[in-house]
Design a protein around this ligand. Structure first.
Ligand code: NAP
Length: 251
């Protein structure tokens, strides 16, 4: 407890799944947290996370923004700073995952995936980085996926977006490590969350069969890696990708 005492954290896509668990875990470690959610359909879920955090004695706000859109993304960061004054931790976590083979993929499918999963990471980082430079400290954690490394049929657009996040993280780390700010990735293995609802069951079963532990993760097995990287315990990790994945791949 107390690993993130009085830190402030902005977490995108935090109204459900992994992001929600990260938000609650950060609060349990003493952080105040902003819960980003994309649209009105997630407003109730976001408020429920705020309430969970308040119960733990920490401050929280919910911020609606489609993080793939530059204006909404910038407004999200402005609202965060208005509420909390400074930003210690940014978790770029929002994402979608939908299965479609490349021959059937539309340009719109591709563009939507790249915009939400990848463009958003650049947009939020680009806006937050000058604030972290001015403070002289900050932690950025990007959510990739183990599928960035192994690929998956029906998920070429998804895996491309996640592999690009890994590469973006590495290059960015080389620019910022000597300025007190560090950036790393978490590449979760398959984890039971609502994102899997949009995926083909045959593809999920094929992924499940390759996991040495024989099952998907639960969010409680993923969030501790984010706490570690966000805390001073993770200070010497620079441009790395940590992968809680049940043995699915070795990085
Ligand atoms: P999730 O429960 O669906 O969480 C993703 C969140 O991002 C949802 O709340 C989603 O809202 C939100 N989101 C989608 N588009 C957005 C946008 N344009 N702006 C802001 N928020 C947006 O699924 P999850 O599994 O926790 O996913 C979290 C991250 O983990 C994703 O980046 C995902 O790729 C990654 N990941 C997941 C797994 C897995 O097996 N679960 C494995 C590796 C990596 P809506 O529900 O309204 O779309």
């Amino acid at each position: 407890m107390g690993k993130l005492q009085d830190k402030t954290a902005l977490i995108t896509g935090a109204s459900s799944g992994i992001g929600k668990k990260i938000a609650i875990s950060f609060a349990e470690e003493g952080a105040d947290v902003a819960i980003n959610y994309p649209d009105a359909s997630q407003a109730g879920n976001a408020e429920a996370v705020v309430s969970e955090i308040n119960k733990r004695g920490r401050q929280a706000i919910a911020i609606k923004a489609d993080v793939s859109k530059a204006d909404e993304n910038a407004e999200m960061v402005n609202s965060f700073i208005e509420a909390f004054n400074h930003v210690d931790i940014l978790v770029n976590n929002a994402g979608i995952g939908r299965t479609v083979t490349v021959d059937e993929m539309t340009v719109e499918n591709w563009d939507e995936m790249i915009a939400i999963n990848l463009r958003s990471v650049f947009l939020t980082t680009h806006k937050v980085l000058p604030l972290m430079y001015a403070q002289g400290h900050g932690k950025i954690i990007n959510t990739a996926s183990q599928l960035a490394y192994k690929g998956a049929p029906g998920l070429a657009h998804y895996t491309a977006s996640k592999a690009a996040i890994v590469s973006f993280t590495r290059s960015l780390s080389l620019e910022i490590a000597d300025r007190g700010v560090n950036v790393n990735c978490v590449a979760p293995g398959a984890t039971t969350t609502p994102i899997l609802d949009g995926m083909d069951e045959d593809i999920l079963e094929a992924i499940r069969q390759t996991i040495p532990r024989g099952r998907f993760a639960v969010v409680d097995e993923i969030a501790p890696t984010y706490v570690f990287l966000a805390s001073s315990d993770g200070d010497h990790y620079v441009g790395q990708c940590l992968s809680p994945n049940g043995g699915d791949i070795f990085l």
